[in-house]
Design a protein around this ligand. Structure first.
Ligand SMILES: *Cc1c(COP(=O)(O)O)cnc(C)c1O
Length: 466
């Protein structure tokens, strides 16, 4: 399989190249040249497979040419062997129609582990084939940083530098990053906000003094390999609920449009999907885009579901590309317009294509708390505030009663205990596997937000690219 850029002018790359590059050189995002498709018989034959084997079957068409099937299976067994539940992403029934797919059984208690555990192994695999080193630089408001650090800690040829705003991530989130003592992990607490940290990272990607010496890589969901790994659990849930003979709807708590785009890919690959419900909090750019065709950036309002406090959804570009006839030149113009004015209208083709598969809903603070309370009082389940947005959207989407609706549970409730306690009076304890988090030693440097001091620190501690 080879990969092309959504903006049409970067060179096509194989899977290995697209994984190491992250962003395409024309500013676009890599997508497979075509969607692989499974027949109904092929899907039916996957029922009952262990998760790691299902993962290898679903992903093999995307990696062919860069990995053999057997090697891919070894990597999925290693990645998913670290999950605390044997089913990796267990499915739970809430009532006659509503289900939750628990994606938080990985090492850092958020769904990002499902993709990042594999991505860490892919980096190591591909870098091991040459003399290259990779320097990952990222900014985090919490979940991405801990999942990425866990995934690459101790791996050869990779260094990770993760910036977080000092004092503005939760204690659990900070400790999940700073108690990882591997020498290739560098936590940097900066004076300033998440946006300041993010701006520093973007500047480093464009700083030739840095990029000439270091191969700077990305771990956020602009990296195709992350989305690919997320396609698997849509199939896992669909198969358990009767696919390919029965349709399933999914409700997805959404920020950067990565997780729900993986659901779109599953549908393109042959999984019978009734609807993909895009659930946002009050930061509702995607709800406005899907309901009215208006993709315009507002200001970010902080909520109890911080990983969805986003006003630009990078992966939406991948959907617009596919729905717009895969015309890279036209999309490059559309995106240039958005970057200049912070607003754009979807074309008719994009609006109609999206309406065929997607619906959307916006959840405010009261509705979020109501959904947490409903799951606890009616089903005895504690859910986190992100999942609550998904469940609220699922229960109000008007899906035909004969069709099961699966809400993706993206974080463990213990990651956001205060919001859960406010809604239910219950405090969710940390699972035993992370239980000694508060006794472990922390390692973190504190730097001012000043760009030069951060670039100097990275240059002193990273390995040059060759
Ligand atoms: C990252 C994250 C999301 C949003 O996922 P996207 O792929 O960015 O849409 C939702 N919930 C939680 C808990 C997250 O960490």
């Amino acid at each position: 399989m080879d990969y092309i850029s959504t903006r049409g002018s970067a060179p096509a790359l194989d899977f290995e190249g697209a994984t190491l590059a992250g962003l395409a050189s024309d500013g676009g995002l890599y997508v497979p040249r075509e969607w692989p498709r499974f027949s109904a018989d092929e899907i039916a034959a996957m029922a009952g497979l262990p998760y790691a084997e299902l993962a290898a079957k679903i992903m093999f068409p995307f990696v062919e040419g860069s990995l053999t099937y057997d090697r891919l299976l070894e990597l999925t067994r290693q990645a998913y062997g670290r999950f605390a539940h044997k089913a990796v992403t267990p499915l739970k029934q809430l009532d006659e129609q509503q289900w939750v797919l628990e994606l938080f059984h990985g090492p850092t208690l958020a769904f990002k582990d499902v993709a990042l555990q594999l991505l860490g192994l892919l980096f190591e695999e591909f870098l091991g084939r040459s003399e290259r080193n990779l320097t990952i630089v990222g900014a985090t408001s919490g979940d991405t940083g801990s999942a990425a650090i866990d995934a690459v800690a101790g791996r050869a040829k990779v260094d990770i530098f993760m910036l977080h705003p000092k004092g503005r991530v939760s204690d659990v989130q900070r400790r999940q990053m700073t108690t990882v003592l591997a020498p290739n992990v560098h936590n940097i607490a900066i004076d300033g906000s998440f946006d300041d940290a993010q701006a520093t990272v973007k500047r480093m990607f464009n700083d030739h003094a840095m990029t000439d010496r270091f191969a700077i890589g990305a771990v956020n969901s602009i990296n195709w390999a992350r989305l690919m790994a997320q396609v698997v659990y849509y199939f896992a849930a669909g198969l358990q609920l009767g696919a390919p003979h029965r349709k399933v709807a999914f409700s997805v708590p959404t920020g950067n449009f990565g997780d729900v785009f993986a659901g779109y890919v599953a549908a393109q690959m042959g999984l019978p999907v009734e609807k993909l419900i895009v659930a946002t909090n009050v930061n509702d750019i995607l709800h406005r885009a899907l309901a009215e065709g208006d993709y315009s950036q507002g200001t970010v309002t902080p909520t109890a579901a911080p990983s969805m406090d986003i006003q630009v959804s990078s992966n939406f570009e991948r959907l617009l590309f596919d729905l717009g006839g895969r015309d890279g030149k036209a999309l490059a113009e559309q995106m240039a317009g958005f970057e200049a004015t912070k607003a754009m209208q979807l074309t008719n083709a994009q609006r109609e294509g999206a309406a065929a598969l997607f619906s959307s809903a916006r959840t405010d603070a009261d509705e979020m708390a109501q959904a947490i309370r409903w799951a606890w009082e009616n089903c005895g389940e504690l859910i986190d505030p992100h999942t609550a947005c998904g469940l609220f959207a699922a229960r109000t989407a008007g899906i035909d009663a004969s069709i099961p609706v699966v809400t993706l549970a993206t974080a463990h409730p213990a990651k956001f205990p205060d919001a859960v306690e406010r809604a239910t009076g219950q405090r969710s304890g940390l699972p035993a596997r992370v239980g000694d988090l508060f006794e472990r030693e922390e390692k973190c440097v504190e730097l001012t937000g000043d760009y030069e001091s951060i670039a100097d620190f990275v240059a002193q501690h990273a390995s040059p690219k060759i």
